[in-house]
Design a protein around this ligand. Structure first.
Ligand code: CMC
Length: 379
């Protein structure tokens, strides 16, 4: 193989591997999972079915879906040691730190943690996905001084999460909203956290290490952490009259507006389009229409100011209002993103391992050469 390196900062122009999972047309604003438009999935599918689609490259028939759902349900309850560990996490910890630590800790109690077979990786993917709701909800209840709620293996994924978190079953609207958010966030090509997971799995490490790596990567405000940043911004703005001076001031100071812009989409992110319509009703029903209207005004101002440069709302922009309207604490927004994206991370790891190649780019060394080693007393 000839080596013809060229510098590609941020890997903007690098295609790192092939994948059959999700397709993005950033110019037209299209996202498909295995060829199916995201809008159609959000409208008709469930998170379990979408995960099956991503992991198997096709939709399941009814008995396949029932069996896959049953496999997930059977793994809802983390080991007792994990529940004990949750109780030892400081109650002021950032939930993303708690979640990253807990997912990593799951490996300690899984005898298959280092079994690299495709079958074991599939089982571990199900386990990590299935137990994530209990980790998020368990930590949230612990920090609020509430008793844990036991996972209920008769419930669907979204329903189980809400029950674990609140102690009550969700309303139909809440359950649908949760499922829609889970579907929309499930996969997105080689985004930073998926790529980070692939770097880890490509060393033939293990699924727990890969997902732990990915959680740390998703946390940043340029990636999954943006949904929390959007909500903090909306809170900071506070009222409609302050929207325009706030946004214009930020743009003048060349500061970024969270929830806008995307490395791939130069048209509007189709997930944002779907969530915008979906969230309007939800915000109205829950008395949060002001948040929706402020968001809409920000979008209008941004369109006039930077729309022509391809900077539009991304998925995190309207998901902030969605999650807030569902009554979720702001610092649980990114953990919720994790819960969904495990589907994509695990799917990509399993897919990549079929044709594994160690991910190891080079750097362009720009430092000095042939320097003398100067003795300590002479420095
Ligand atoms: N507000 C204002 N200006 C922006 C924004 C924004 N949100 N995003 C990009 N720009 C400007 C940026 O200032 C730069 O301008 P200039 O050329 O004058 O220096 C230009 O657009 C290119 O920006 P970039 O950051 O180099 O472009 P990128 O392709 O690396 O950016 C991004 C992608 C997501 C990091 C960026 O748009 C951003 O920081 N957005 C805000 C954070 C955010 O919402 N992240 C969520 C991403 S989508 C979902 C997810 O991954 O979770």
């Amino acid at each position: 193989m000839t080596f013809a390196p060229s510098l590609d900062l941020g890997l903007v122009n690098t295609i790192a591997a092939e994948s059959k999972m999700s397709f993005i047309d950033g110019t037209k604003g299209v996202l498909e999972y295995v060829g199916i438009d995201i809008d159609s999935l959000a409208r008709n599918s469930t998170f379990e079915e979408t995960t099956y689609l991503l992991w198997n490259s096709r939709l399941p028939n009814q008995s396949e879906l029932d069996e896959f759902t049953r496999q997930i349900q059977a793994e809802y309850d983390p080991p007792n040691e994990i529940w004990d560990l949750i109780k030892r996490i400081p109650t002021d910890a950032v939930p993303m730190h708690a979640l990253r630590t807990l997912v990593s800790a799951l490996s300690l109690f899984d005898p298959e943690a280092d079994d690299p077979s495709p079958e074991a990786n599939h089982r571990k993917s199900i386990r990590i996905l299935a137990q994530c709701p209990a980790l998020i909800a368990g930590y949230d209840r612990h920090r609020k001084g509430k008793d844990f709620v036991e996972p209920d293996s008769s419930l669907g994924f979204a329903e189980n999460f809400v029950t674990l978190l609140t102690g009550d079953k969700p309303t139909e609207t809440m359950q649908k909203a949760m499922d829609v958010c889970l579907i929309l966030h499930a996969d997105h090509g080689f985004n930073a956290s998926t790529f980070a997971a692939l770097v880890t799995i490509s060393t033939l490490s293990d699924m727990y290490s890969a997902v732990t790596t990915a959680i740390g990567t998703l946390k940043g405000p340029l990636h999954g952490g943006a949904n929390e940043a959007v909500m903090h911004m909306l809170k900071e703005i506070g009222e409609m009259d302050k929207v325009e001076p706030f946004i214009k001031g930020k743009l003048e100071r060349k500061e970024k507006i969270m929830g806008f812009g995307h490395r791939v989409y130069k048209a509007i992110d189709p997930r944002a389009t779907y969530l915008k319509t979906f969230t309007k009703q939800l915000a109205e029903d829950t008395g949060n229409l002001d948040l929706y209207e402020m968001s809409n005004k920000i979008e209008t101002i941004m369109k006039a100011a930077v729309g022509a440069r391809g900077i539009h709302p991304n998925v995190d922009f309207y998901s902030a209002t969605t999650y807030y309207s569902l009554g979720l604490d702001i610092d649980l927004f990114t953990p919720l993103f994790v819960m969904s994206r495990i589907s994509g991370w695990a799917g990509h790891c399993m897919e990549y391992l079929q044709h594994n190649s160690l991910i190891r780019p080079r750097c362009d060394y720009v430092g000095p050469h042939e320097m003398p080693y100067v003795a300590m007393e002479e420095r």
